[in-house]
Design a protein around this ligand. Structure first.
Ligand SMILES: [Zn+2]
Length: 250
């Protein structure tokens, strides 16, 4: 494919120095997936391109690209920054992990579909001070679909029942209703409230999240189960996750 100029809408994340004064950064775009751009001269003082590509900047970026490898940033329009994600260590840690998870789920330039809106909304919510831990758990659960390892959380694995008391089976990858607790040998014996929270986070739209009030212990317990899903089904070993876990100890 020939190189062409294209305007993409997206959000900048993961910056690193490149060549003498360039920066390589990733951009998550609405229509062209995630890819790497070279921001030439970004590290020079007063670089306009550099200022428009700080982490968590978003807007319209005009890139020179042939839709593979590294594209080059030409210019930009209407760029804003989710500044709390940049300035606040905890919000930064959650957001970096969310973007890292997304980044690992897709190859470069592959359309990320509705995950663009999900991640954008999640970042906007974290930026505005909503519960970052719960938003992150929701993103973790929904991204299991992108990784192709989504557990069955909408209905009982055995009978398909959608309402009632449920437990989760890590080995079988789904929920079991109380009528069938004795039909499976491997289940986690979780507090039904934890399973209910996980189901809610996996199944409801992120727009409805603001209305859900969650008790701190419950939130901790659901987080542990979701982390175990990631270890058991994917084992990604991300540095951003390790950092987040260390931060949670304080
Ligand atoms: Zn059942």
């Amino acid at each position: 494919m020939a190189r062409e100029l294209c305007e993409v809408q997206g959000l900048i994340f993961k910056r690193k120095k490149y060549k003498e004064a360039d920066v390589l950064t990733k951009i998550m775009t609405k229509d062209h997936g995630i890819f790497t751009i070279d921001v030439r001269g970004a590290l020079r003082p007063k670089s306009r391109l550099g200022a428009a590509t700080l982490n968590f900047s978003y807007g319209k970026y005009i890139v020179n690209t042939n839709w593979k490898g590294i594209s080059t940033l030409r210019t930009f329009k209407d760029v804003k920054q989710l500044d709390q994600l940049y300035l606040d260590l905890t919000k930064n840690a959650y957001s970096s992990y969310v973007l890292d998870l997304l980044d690992h789920a897709f190859v470069e330039y592959k359309d990320i579909g509705s995950f663009y809106d999900l991640i954008m909304k999640a970042l906007l919510k974290i930026n505005s001070g909503e519960d970052a831990a719960i938003i992150t758990q929701m993103v973790q659960l929904k991204l299991l679909n992108a990784y192709g390892v989504a557990p069955q959380l909408d209905r009982c694995l055995i009978c398909g029942k959608v309402q009632g008391v449920f437990d989760y089976s890590m080995e079988l990858g789904g929920i079991i209703c109380s009528d069938h607790f004795n039909s499976v040998s491997q289940r986690m014996h979780l507090d039904p409230k934890v399973v209910a929270l996980i189901r809610t986070l996996a199944l409801v739209d992120i727009d409805r999240l603001g209305k859900i009030k969650i008790n701190p212990q419950l939130k901790k317990d659901s987080g542990k189960v979701i982390d175990r899903m990631y270890v058991n089904y994917l084992d990604l070993n991300l540095k951003t996750k390790k950092f987040l876990d260390e931060l949670a100890l304080f």
